[in-house]
Design a protein. Structure first.
Length: 165
């Protein structure tokens, strides 16, 4: 992981459901946030569909070690659409480390704990965020606010004019 420089730890928070037209813009922004560091790279993600999985895939392509942060014991039940669970399991297998929050069931509290864990440990947070309030406890806006309260740099990625489904 180390190649002469210090390890940069980058975490992600973001929406699960993204308009298809935002993917090229978001992908380019994630690559910009991860490239050019010159040292090792560690990426933190909950591996949810949407922003988390996109970030994890790009981070792995950039040579990062992936830390999967699992919010709850029943987290796999959250992957209900065809292909969602397969994407999660594929990335989970590629993770170098896995951290589990102490929640048996998925809840806003569990998601907030996982997002806070990521924000606490990263040097920079990438937020795939439309700027709108969270739709539930532990949503993207909550984690952006938390990271900013910690004084962490937050890179906001969104394409203006697009509305999240």
């Amino acid at each position: 992981m180390r190649n002469g420089g210090r390890v940069l730890r980058v975490g992600v928070t973001g929406h699960r459901h993204l308009p298809a037209e935002v993917y090229p813009h978001i992908s380019a922004g994630i690559r910009d946030a991860l490239n050019g560091h010159g040292g090792g790279l560690e990426a933190f993600s909950c591996l949810a569909v949407g922003a988390d999985q996109l970030f994890a895939d790009i981070a792995l392509d950039c040579g990062a070690e992936l830390t999967a942060v699992i919010p709850s014991g029943d987290y796999t039940d959250d992957f209900t659409e065809p292909g969602e669970l397969a994407g999660f399991l594929r990335l989970r297998r590629r993770a170098t480390r896995e951290v589990r929050m102490g929640y048996a069931r998925s809840s806003g509290e569990a998601y907030y704990a996982a997002g806070a864990y990521i924000a606490d440990r990263c040097d920079r947070l990438v937020a795939v965020w439309d700027g709108e309030p969270a739709r539930g406890v532990g949503g993207t806006a909550d984690i952006v606010r938390y990271a900013r309260q910690l004084g962490k740099p937050v890179t906001i990625l969104w394409q203006s004019g697009l509305i999240r489904p």
